[in-house]
Design a protein around this ligand. Structure first.
Ligand SMILES: Cc1ncc(COP(=O)(O)OP(=O)(O)O)c(N)n1
Ligand SMILES: Cc1nc(C(=O)O)sc1CCOP(=O)(O)O
Ligand SMILES: [Mg+2]
Length: 220
């Protein structure tokens, strides 16, 4: 079980790139390769939205992206699709409050990383009780990527969690870019999760490098 240590997972979550083919300005393979060259530390395959691939095409892209992650020792996480994650022997999955229940997913994927979205302190406590490895808190800032989010909440919940003794790894998500990432880390998050700022960049490498610099600076 390579990623069960909480301290190590916090480090791995620092620059968490999330992407699927509908998000990309360039070819998804190239986008991921450039993002890795810039210094991303974690990757989630989220093939969702208008034009998203399905069936064999989705599996093929996932498998190609997984191979790139493997070559660079970047954990490969699958969003929502537990069956795909099991089939590919992914490093883990990310699920939301409306996805398959954490307890069920844990039974299906023992020893894997399971991330859960949480929007309230109650959801965070339940996530910990049920064995989530990390929580995704958002939307921190306004986002155009996901239309069915909860209201924008800023960094309030992250600060609230960190004002307790709860040590679960936290990533912020929603509208994060190199210009506002510092605020997310300063509030107590261990990492930033990003779609658009990297996937729509002319240079995903440069943007990933900028994000890495900010996160490393603020994590000291
Ligand atoms: C790291 C991270 N945090 C939150 C989410 C959102 O998950 P969810 O609420 O299930 O929404 P979808 O991404 O499935 O549309 C995430 N994917 N990753
Ligand atoms: C996938 C997702 N989940 C969110 C949440 O609040 O749970 S916000 C979001 C979209 C993040 O994309 P971008 O970096 O382009 O804003
Ligand atoms: Mg989901």
């Amino acid at each position: 079980m390579p990623y069960t240590n909480e301290k190590k997972l916090k480090e791995l979550l620092q620059v968490y790139f999330i992407m699927g083919s509908p998000n990309c300005l360039k070819d998804p393979i190239l986008t991921l390769e450039e993002a890795i060259a810039g210094g991303i530390t974690f990757f989630q395959f989220r093939e969702k939205g208008t034009g998203a691939l399905k069936g064999e095409e989705k599996t093929k892209l996932a498998s190609e992206l997984q191979e790139i992650c493997r070559d660079h020792s970047i954990p490969f996480i699958v969003n929502d699709d537990i069956e795909l994650a099991i089939k590919l022997e992914a490093d883990g999955v990310h699920i939301g409050q409306d996805d398959e229940a954490l307890r069920v997913v844990r039974e299906k994927m023992p020893g894997k990383i399971i991330g859960l979205s949480a929007h309230t302190m109650e959801e965070v406590k339940t996530a910990i009780r049920e064995g989530a490895d990390y929580v995704g808190i958002g939307p921190i800032f306004p986002t155009l990527t996901k239309t069915d989010t909860k209201p924008v909440q800023g960094t309030k919940l992250v600060e609230e969690i960190r004002s307790t003794s709860l040590s679960i790894p936290i990533v912020g998500i929603g509208g994060i870019h190199a210009g506002n990432a510092a605020k997310v880390i300063e509030s107590g998050a261990d990492g930033v999760s990003i779609i658009t700022a990297i996937s729509q960049a002319v240079s995903p490498k440069e943007v990933a490098a900028q994000l890495k610099k900010v996160v490393l600076e603020k994590s000291k």
